[in-house]
Ligand binder design. Structure first.
Ligand SMILES: Nc1nc2c(ncn2[C@@H]2O[C@H](COP(=O)(O)OP(=O)(O)OP(=O)(O)O)[C@@H](O)[C@H]2O)c(=O)[nH]1
Length: 442
């Protein structure tokens, strides 16, 4: 049957489920005519066990357990899993029935099916670790591991200790980076933290490295994730050392200049086909504004890690005052951003504050288009030789049409913000005509 390696008591006290001991005897009626009820109600105890004790060490118990045996196995497994912080090793085919270890193919198949069903009950996965032949057939070791949620992970810390030059760093380097050593310290180089370690080849600090496993205990390939919304160049990837941890990840950027990273960028799997968005609609409520807000007003949008000035293109009211609610159509002035409906945002400038929720994404562009736009921006910068961050308006993908820029109200009112507003207004992409300075607030 089954045995659970870690502190396996071999028997479970079943005072609460008193059952005849005959149920736990090897249940291998050769003629197969004996029903489960007959077996369980026989009353005799061929193995001499007390009716109070449910023997879980019989190697045939898993082949066809009755309901009470099944419950006892389930309880036992649950205890072992709790004891092992979510995992345990389950051996099928070994047991104390007095016979040889091992199960034939049919019994092994039936036993594995039983363990599978037990695992389903406790939301765990079953992974075959080893199989070995014994005189009575095969014995298999399985790893049973409770499933963890998408946002969660099991952390196991393993310390590696040993003599100088025993190969500790090399072992870790090979495991975490997936490249074999060359016998001259190649693999350990990836673990060095200090220059003197590089030079001496000796690790002088307690290093640590992270190794990711998937649910089935397989070492996960390090995945490459896109830096979005602007995929800057082919090397602009982040390597996730532990993808199992989903969002709370340790990551290593390769070949990305610090200046190429800006607030608002996210790391997403290319499988999600991320799209960056120039324009969006949001329901906002104005918490405070000294006067009135009208279309063409510009302020900083804070949305997650995004910080970028956006222009109000239109809204379902002529103007907004403190306390007003409105559906507002925004456009970022500089680059598209990676947004989601239902994201919360803050729209503020000086003492003006509005909060809201994104309701609709408009003018989304693929990261490839964003990349093209980025390279145009860069070439523009080089050509121009200035630090101006703005690309020519024509270079922007998904520029609004003039009809989209039909503003619901004129909004060119009293000037606020002077030159600051003038420059922001001029940054508004492909407007058919230059905006009046200080436009958008009255
Ligand atoms: N041939 C061979 N060389 C190995 C093996 N493991 C490690 N080495 C080499 O042994 C040397 C020492 O390995 P390290 O990984 O630095 O040993 P360490 O235990 O971390 O050493 P300290 O950091 O000084 O404590 C390196 O040159 C490795 O390339 C191995 O299995 N076979």
């Amino acid at each position: 049957m089954s045995s659970l390696k870690a502190s396996e008591p071999g028997a479970v006290d079943t005072a609460d489920t008193v059952v005849p001991a005959s149920m736990f005897a090897p249940d291998r009626a050769e003629d197969g005519a004996e029903s489960e009820e007959e077996r369980s109600e026989g009353g005799d105890e061929p193995n001499g066990h007390s009716a109070e004790v449910l023997d879980l060490t019989n190697k045939f118990l898993l082949v066809s357990p009755n309901a009470k045996q099944y419950d006892a196995l389930l309880r036992h497994l649950r205890d072992r899993i709790d004891e092992g912080s979510g995992e345990t090793i389950y051996v099928i085919g070994m047991g104390s029935d007095g016979g040889d270890y091992g199960l034939n193919e049919a019994d092994m198949e039936a036993s594995v099916a039983t363990v599978h069903s037990l695992c389903e009950q406790i939301e765990a996965d079953l992974v075959l670790l080893r199989e070995r032949p014994e005189s009575g057939g095969q014995v298999r070791d399985y790893l049973i591991r409770r499933r963890v949620g998408e946002q969660d992970f099991l952390e196991v810390r393993v310390a590696v200790v040993g003599n100088v030059d025993a190969g500790k760093s090399t072992l870790l380097g090979v495991l975490t980076h997936g490249e074999l050593d060359n016998g001259r310290g190649f693999a350990r180089q990836k673990l060095f933290r200090h220059k003197h370690e590089m030079e001496s080849g000796r690790t002088s600090s307690v290093g640590n490295d992270i190794l990711g496993f998937d649910q089935e205990g397989q070492v996960r390939e390090r995945e490459r994730y896109k830096v979005s919304p602007q995929l800057l160049n082919a090397a602009s990837y982040a390597i996730f050392k532990n993808t199992f941890m989903n969002e709370s990840l340790f990551c290593l950027f390769v070949q990305i200049k610090r200046s190429a990273i800006r607030k608002g960028m996210v790391m997403v799997s290319p499988k999600l086909q991320p799209q960056a968005t120039w324009e969006f609609e949001a329901e906002i409520i104005v918490l405070h504004h000294p006067t009135t807000i009208s279309p063409r007003y510009q302020a900083m949008v804070h949305c997650g890690s995004i910080r970028q000035t956006a222009t109000i293109l239109s809204m379902n009211k002529d103007c907004l005052r403190t306390g007003d609610k409105a559906a507002v159509h925004f456009r970022f002035i500089k680059t598209p951003e990676y947004l989601h409906p239902e994201q919360k945002l803050v729209f503020r400038e000086g003492r003006t504050k509005a909060v809201g929720t994104i309701t609709k994404l408009l003018q989304s562009v693929s990261t490839a288009a964003a990349k093209a736009q980025q390279s145009k921006t860069q070439s523009y910068r080089k050509r121009d030789g200035t630090a101006n961050e703005e690309a020519p308006s024509a270079a922007r993908p998904g520029s609004p049409t003039s009809s989209q820029l039909q503003l619901k109200s004129g909004g060119a009112g009293r000037r606020r913000g002077g030159n600051r507003h003038r420059s922001k207004a001029l940054n508004v992409p492909p407007m058919p005509a230059p905006l009046p300075t200080g436009a958008g607030t009255a």
